[in-house]
Design a protein around this ligand. Structure first.
Ligand code: HAM
Length: 415
């Protein structure tokens, strides 16, 4: 779990602003749900036999009433719970997004943290395939806005429940035939979650996993048509993809379209975004059967990638006001308010110090100008403006005296 310090947070805020603008362009509206939910929301929603539920959740008993609570390990379940609870979908579908922290007890490494942040996007009440493709096109646009290179799209279809059941039977037969090479996880999951057995990193099981019956081959006409509908629209948008029939995703609520955006530039944790359709989740959690699809982007991974382009840390303010003497300090405070009225960001040096120390602070703040109020200035109702930054030719604008009444106009016009 990371601390985010002021020098780094400017990049987060800049990214969040771009992201909100991008989401707005597609009609998504913000919603915020609690970070803490009843544990059973996640065990039911995400699935009992998943890595997240089996070993990654921060779960504890509420000492006041004995409830089992869990820090959210993802946002979809909470968003769906809230949509049901507040009858959000009663007259129309909803496009919603949430930004915020999620928690998984994983082994930390670059790009993998125990508290990380997601940009979570959910299209509730849409059957697709149009919206499936729109979400993917929307992501391609974000990569373009951020100037990210080398983002690769992997796509699969997990079909309908009956198709998965038929595939599951065939898969269990296949696993039974290769029982001797299954590891402990594989043996434990072969009847409870056989698809996840194929997701193994164990080299000894790769050949068996490659030869296993593929879910994609069990898809019926409707599922195929849906998938083809997505693919046709991706082709319209000129978005390349690879079919990855082994992609299962780490959460059990998915059906039909699933996808991941992956990069080679982040080392082992290269999945920047994952998502898919979850047509069964809303009814599973007690709502009316409603189709839905969504995705989540890992903020830390996205920032890591974006940071490779470089971005200077943000200045603390536009204007730093230095002053000498009690009366000048009080004038400085009043003048700063008028500058803020004009839209400038202003720091007034706090406390008393010599000019030299104050100028040092002004410089470190990143401000464009220092406004100076000494005894002489106060008696003449003027301020001296000292420009702190050099222009492209390496010159600094000359120091100026400006009347208090003209100061904000002068500073804004020089911005
Ligand atoms: P997910 O694939 O579990 O999907 O997570 C989405 C993204 O969160 C990943 O692609 C990755 O970028 C980031 N992420 C996951 N674990 C970590 C970690 N330990 N540290 C840093 N980043 C991480 C979901 O969570 C689904 N709720 C997505 C979704 C929304 N599906 C439908 N709607």
């Amino acid at each position: 779990m990371n601390d985010l310090l002021p020098d780094a947070s400017g990049r987060w805020e800049a990214l969040e602003e771009i992201v909100r603008h991008w989401l707005h362009a597609y009609g998504y509206r913000n919603m915020r749900t609690p970070i803490l939910e009843q544990t059973r929301l996640f065990t039911r929603g995400i699935g009992e036999v998943t890595d997240i539920v089996e070993k990654e959740m921060y779960t504890f008993t509420d000492g006041l009433n004995g409830d089992s609570l869990t820090l959210r390990p993802e946002m979809t379940a909470g968003v769906v719970r809230a949509a049901i609870e507040h009858n959000l979908l009663y007259d129309r579908p909803q496009r919603v997004y949430s930004l915020g922290p999620v928690f998984r007890h994983e082994r930390p490494q670059r790009g993998r943290y125990r508290q990380f942040h997601q940009i979570d996007v959910e299209a509730l009440g849409f059957a697709g395939p149009d919206v499936d493709a729109e979400l993917i096109v929307m992501l391609a646009r974000l990569w373009k806005i951020l100037g990210l290179q080398g983002m690769r799209l992997e796509l699969n279809s997990l079909g309908a429940p009956a198709e998965r059941a038929a595939h599951r039977d065939a898969l269990i037969k296949h696993l039974e035939q290769h029982k001797d090479i299954l590891d402990e996880d594989g043996l434990r999951r072969m009847y409870t979650n056989p698809l996840r057995v194929l997701d193994t990193k164990n080299p000894a099981m790769q050949e068996m996993a490659n030869a296993a019956p593929k879910l994609f081959d069990f898809l019926g006409e409707e599922s195929r048509a849906h998938f083809d509908g997505v693919v046709a629209r991706l082709e319209d948008a000129g978005i390349a993809y690879t079919l990855n029939p082994r992609m299962v995703r780490g959460l059990d609520y998915y059906n039909g379209t699933v996808f991941e955006w992956i990069t080679d530039q982040l080392g082992a944790q290269g999945t920047v975004c994952g998502g898919g359709r979850y047509d069964g989740l809303i009814s599973l959690l007690g709502g009316k059967p409603t189709p839905a699809i969504g995705f989540a982007i890992g903020m830390e991974r996205l920032l890591d990638l974006w940071g490779q382009g470089g971005l200077a840390p943000q200045p603390e303010c536009d204007i730093y006001v230095v002053h000498q003497g009690d009366e000048a300090q009080r004038s400085a405070a009043r003048i700063a308010e008028t500058l803020r009225d004009a839209g400038l960001s202003v720091i007034v040096h706090a406390g008393a110090a010599g000019f030299k120390a104050q100028f040092k602070r002004a410089d470190a703040s990143g401000a464009r100008a220092a406004v100076i109020l000494g005894e002489e200035e106060v008696s003449g109702r003027v301020a001296s403006v000292k420009w702190l930054r050099v222009d492209e030719q390496g010159n600094t604008a000359p120091q100026q005296q400006v009347a208090w009444e003209q100061l904000s106009q002068y500073l804004v016009s020089k911005a």
